[in-house]
Design a binder for this molecule. Structure first.
Ligand code: F6P
Length: 550
């Protein structure tokens, strides 16, 4: 069932602004960014917004003032304002799971009040944060020791999806702020190689496992957690009591945590109103806090909160996440764009594109509306990317000269903590050069004027008119990371609101999970199973069993 807000909203393609955008897109399609810039000498200064420490230049998009006005109308007609209020006030907007969506409460300051079912959840958030900080201080000071009395040196986070991608991304992003006396490893894949390689050089006596799982039932995570327990017990002489010293859990499921053998005193909780892909700032961020310390973690939360307040209060025409989302809708629905590239020019953000893949695609990769009706328009594009400048020597060829339109977000920082010689100037010159080349290209006349033989000219022409956003911040600090992640969280929310999908469920992962549970015994049982799949699946199972010698 849809929420009351959703019910008042017209289907997307029947909204007035949608129809106007359809007509308007026909004219814009013909315009080139070269002309848009030539017609307005201040375009590159006008089409920018700065807020919460982030500067967004969206001038190199195929839009005019009219486009932006119509997109803003679309946001209004889509009930975005009401939807934002509904989320921030704890309404159960995740209608298929009947849950509130309150990752914003995870970074609300002490003293704030956000009600779920009449109860203020903010004090609970801070109680867990305080417990995490106390635990972190004990580990970092060496006060918490392993079973044999040695301090903990290695932290292994076991989790998958939102219980892995956020922690890995944040650890990599904030490495400069991390305690280098501690080693961090992340195990997610059920492929045993992931675990084996993560622990191969670790001393069990100095190793702490964080089993991170909202449900504490996820196949991959529980398989890895059991393997970790065996590895630990074998490594330290089978003392069951050692589990309490070497395993902690992050979960919403206390019953399963204690069934696994972890004392719930060593469990850090969160709540069903935190979606997995929106959880890196909950207790799921325990590994992050261990790496960077409680104060830096709090700075990251402050950054998230700053962007939350920006999103909640600032008019849409100056609202960073709203503008980014509207541009995505523009390209996906009116230019048939299928993919968006995320290109961080910051090595520490090397896992950011992977993190965003779950955030964006698990959220908005949906084909029915909140009311359960099949959509008649495209929804979430495919997000992908690599840190610059590596991608330039790989897939940028296609972005510059291929046949597909691929809008890109370039993310860069004015300063680096690793200021080696000319590296940073060269890095930033590449950001500015790439967005310029994408937008303006190089005409046949320009290529000819360089003395290029006629036969080679078409190969060396850059059509340009390839859109990009540039997001520029001062330096990648914990606060800046919080702001950046919240920017994309609310971008995803806005997209989902316009497309009228539920950005907070993930039913699309269920079928494969259920089938795998059915197939596991068919691969393991000594007796020939009575296979009832299709002929391809049956055949593949038989081949594998034969290869195993069954
Ligand atoms: O892939 C499905 C999913 O439910 C994600 O949404 C989630 O982040 C991941 O699995 C891990 O779930 P859990 O934290 O419950 O182990």
């Amino acid at each position: 069932m849809a929420t009351s807000v959703a019910e008042e909203i017209k289907p997307l393609t029947e909204r007035k602004a949608w129809k106007a955008l359809e007509a308007h897109s026909q004219t814009i399609r013909e315009s080139h960014l070269r002309d848009l810039f030539a017609d307005d000498p201040r375009r590159g200064e006008r089409l920018t917004v700065e807020a919460a420490g982030l500067f967004l230049d969206y001038s190199k998009n195929r839009v005019t003032g009219q486009t932006i006005r119509l997109l803003l109308d679309l946001a209004e007609e889509s009930g975005l304002r009401q939807r934002i209020n509904a989320m921030f006030s704890g309404e159960k907007i995740n209608v298929t799971e009947k849950r509130a969506v309150l990752h914003v409460a995870l970074r609300a300051p002490k003293g704030a009040s956000i009600l779920v079912d009449g109860e203020n959840v903010v004090p609970h958030v801070h109680e867990v944060l305080d417990r995490m900080a106390a635990f972190t201080n004990r580990i970092r000071s060496g006060q918490w020791t392993g079973h044999s009395g040695k301090p903990i040196k290695n932290i292994v986070n076991i989790g998958i999806g939102g219980s892995d991608l956020g922690p890995v991304m944040a650890y990599e992003a904030l490495r400069h702020f991390s305690n280098r006396d501690l080693n961090f490893r992340f195990v997610s894949n059920v492929d045993g190689t992931d675990f084996a390689e993560a622990v191969h050089d670790l001393d069990p006596e100095e190793t702490l496992f964080i089993v991170s799982s909202k449900t504490f039932t996820t196949l991959e995570t529980m398989t890895n957690a059991h393997t970790a327990r065996t590895w630990l017990l074998e490594g330290i002489g089978g003392h069951q009591s050692s589990i309490a010293k070497h395993f902690v859990a992050v979960s919403t499921n206390a019953a399963e945590v204690s069934k696994f053998g972890i004392d719930t005193a060593n469990m850090f909780g969160f709540w069903d109103w935190v979606g997995g892909r929106y959880s890196m700032d909950s207790a799921i961020g325990l590994s992050t806090m261990l790496a960077i310390g409680p104060e830096n973690f709090q700075a990251m939360l402050d950054g998230f909160h700053e962007m939350d307040e920006h999103f909640r209060t600032v008019p849409f025409e100056k609202n960073l996440p709203v503008l980014l989302a509207l541009l995505t809708v523009w390209y996906v629905n009116f230019f048939d764009v299928a993919t968006i590239a995320i290109l961080p020019y910051e090595q520490y953000l090397k896992r950011f594109p992977a993190y965003l893949q779950q955030l964006t695609m698990e959220s908005n990769g949906k084909h029915v509306t909140l009311a359960g009706e099949r959509v008649n328009y495209a929804t979430c594009p495919i997000y992908w990317g690599e840190p610059g400048t590596n991608g330039q020597h790989s897939f940028y060829q296609l972005i510059h000269q291929g046949t597909r339109l691929i809008p890109a977000d370039f993310i860069a920082f004015n300063r680096t903590p690793n200021n080696l010689g000319r590296h940073h100037d060269i890095l930033l010159a590449n950001v500015f050069a790439q967005t310029e080349a994408l937008a303006f290209g190089k005409t046949a006349e320009q290529v000819k004027a360089e003395g290029t033989p006629d036969w080679l000219v078409p190969h060396r022409v850059f059509e340009g008119n390839r859109p990009s956003n540039t997001i520029l911040a001062d330096e990648l600090t914990p606060k800046a990371l919080g702001r950046l992640v919240a920017l994309y969280e609310h971008n995803v929310f806005t997209q989902g609101t316009i497309w009228q999908v539920n950005s907070f469920d993930q039913w699309g992962v269920e079928l494969g999970k259920a089938l795998a549970q059915r197939i596991i015994p068919e691969l393991e049982n000594a007796d020939e199973p009575n296979l009832q799949h299709d002929s391809s699946t049956n055949n593949l199972i038989r081949r594998y069993r034969k290869a195993k010698g069954l």
